[in-house]
Design a protein around this ligand. Structure first.
Ligand SMILES: [Zn+2]
Length: 254
């Protein structure tokens, strides 16, 4: 007798979506995690709501070219990690909170329903470092995750998609923790990913953000705390099923 194959949702291809504000947000918090899951065959999408065009050029290009330069840098950084799905949104750096809510909700709902991620990562509600754009994208992402799950919103954009987990950046940026912090046992360390195996790819992703590299180098490569925490990435469960034990070492853990 032929047995019907049971297609469990969690057994299907793993899909991860990062929703950030600026080029480098994704590398800052999740580069090693992307490399790990990309290597394992997961589908990873990165949404970047601005082009970081009000940042520094690092004397590498004229100011007016910075949006295109930052766009290329992000694409190159993701290529170093095996990620090819990068979507830029047309919003203004340092003004993300003023982006039109309806338009943002629609574009993010479309992105979520098209990619059908089980796991979405975005900034926590304090924007990791209280940056106004990070706070704004956290709000927009949460709004869109909820709207994507309700078919009454934008039925023309595809059927409702309910994600399994919404993850946030950790409560404290890792290199700001005291040297003796026991990271896996801190509240909010719900998913702790050991990325040491992907240090090379992660380093190349940072380097690809050339216009931002002088600042990133200080934080991650010159700072002993940055070096010490370079091999781990931490995510906090915002919404969805808690893993059986914390910290879990897999974003998709049962
Ligand atoms: Zn940022």
């Amino acid at each position: 007798m032929k047995q019907l194959q049971h297609c469990s949702y969690s057994g299907s291809v793993k899909r991860l979506l990062f929703i950030g504000a600026h080029p480098d947000d994704e590398t800052f918090f999740a580069a090693g995690t992307f490399a790990k899951y990309a290597e394992a065959g997961a589908q990873i999408g990165v949404i970047c709501a601005t082009r970081g065009e009000r940042g520094k050029t690092g004397d590498l290009c004229p100011t007016e070219e910075l949006p295109q330069v930052r766009e290329r840098e992000l694409i190159k950084a993701m290529a170093a990690l095996g990620v090819t799905d990068v979507q830029f949104l047309p919003y203004q750096d340092k003004c993300l909170a003023d982006a039109p809510l309806e338009e943002m909700r629609r574009v993010l709902v479309e992105s979520i329903r098209r990619r059908k991620p089980q796991v979405v990562i975005t900034f926590d509600t304090h924007g990791a470092n209280q940056h106004a754009d990070h706070l704004a994208i956290s709000r927009f992402a949460l709004d869109a995750v909820a709207a994507a799950s309700d078919g009454r919103w934008y039925p023309e954009l595809g059927s409702a998609h309910v994600i399994e987990r919404l993850l946030w950046t950790p409560p404290t940026i890792l290199f700001k923790l005291p040297e003796d912090a026991d990271v896996p046992n801190l509240p909010g360390s719900d998913f702790v990913i050991d990325t040491t195996q992907w240090t090379e790819q992660k380093t190349r992703a940072f380097q690809a953000h050339r216009t931002q590299f002088p600042g990133l180098k200080k934080l991650f490569f010159d700072n002993p705390n940055g070096q010490r925490t370079f091999g781990i990435e931490v995510f906090r469960l915002a919404w969805g099923k808690r893993p059986a034990s914390v910290p879990a070492d897999d974003l998709f853990a049962e």
